[in-house]
Design a protein around this ligand. Structure first.
Ligand code: GSH
Length: 211
């Protein structure tokens, strides 16, 4: 039913983990980003942006990480990745996923791909410094939220929003101040990494653990 075009440790991670959490059958297709396979014409026909992830659902291609995450969560309610439609938690769930997708993921795109904006090395350095400050301010906001609200983004309730947050946190591991340097985020990372789906994801994608 599902085919996920992925690259280890990238934006496809949270969609992959959602498929594992949902305990559904899927096929993985590796897109070698180093070799530039995301720009192959056959792949660009599936994903016009030339990025991962792409998810085929019954052969129909869909793109955009947050949309794929919400789609998988909604299609498999038994997995407990999305609060009930119409509930206050569901509204908060949309809020957090859209916040992560609108505010944090694009900042990481600038951090990792400053050449998207400029080829000038000095400009890239300024851009990266500003992006780093932006990302750190987001960690501070989420850390304060977790300190006030509890275990997960929705409070006591785990959801797909957490799969997106832990993925984004993992991307900060080589930054000057990784997300895990904030107290609540540090405890949160330990909690999320203890999930069997995280361990399975890491084994399947051949990733090594970060601290
Ligand atoms: N808005 C897209 C962004 C995806 C994205 O930037 N993916 C990166 C990996 S994390 C990628 O494919 N990079 C390869 C490239 O840009 O050439 C989404 O959320 O799916």
């Amino acid at each position: 039913m599902y085919t996920l075009y992925y690259s280890p440790g990238t934006a496809s991670m949270c969609v992959h983990q959602a498929l594992i959490e949902a305990n559904v059958q899927y096929t993985l297709v590796l897109v070698d980003l180093q070799a530039g396979h995301q720009r192959d014409p056959a792949y660009v026909r599936l994903n016009p942006g030339g990025v991962v992830p792409t998810l085929l659902i019954d052969d129909a291609p869909l793109t955009e990480t947050a949309a794929l995450l919400m789609t998988v969560a909604t299609r498999h309610p038994q997995a407990g990745l999305a609060p009930p439609e119409g509930s206050a938690s569901r509204a908060a769930w949309y809020q957090w996923i859209v916040y992560l997708a609108n505010m944090l993921q694009p900042a990481f795109r600038l951090w990792f791909y400053p050449a998207d904006i400029s080829d000038d090395a000095d400009m890239q350095a300024i851009l990266k410094a500003a992006t780093c400050r932006k990302i750190e301010s987001i960690w501070a906001r989420i850390d304060a939220h977790l300190l006030a609200q509890g275990l997960y983004l929705l409070g006591a309730e785990f959801s797909a929003a957490d799969l997106m947050l832990i993925m984004l946190m993992s991307w900060s591991r080589n930054m000057p101040r990784p997300a895990t340097e904030w107290t609540a985020l540090h405890r949160y990372a330990a909690r999320m990494k203890a999930r069997p789906s995280w361990m399975k994801l890491y084994a399947l994608e051949g990733l090594s653990e970060w601290t």
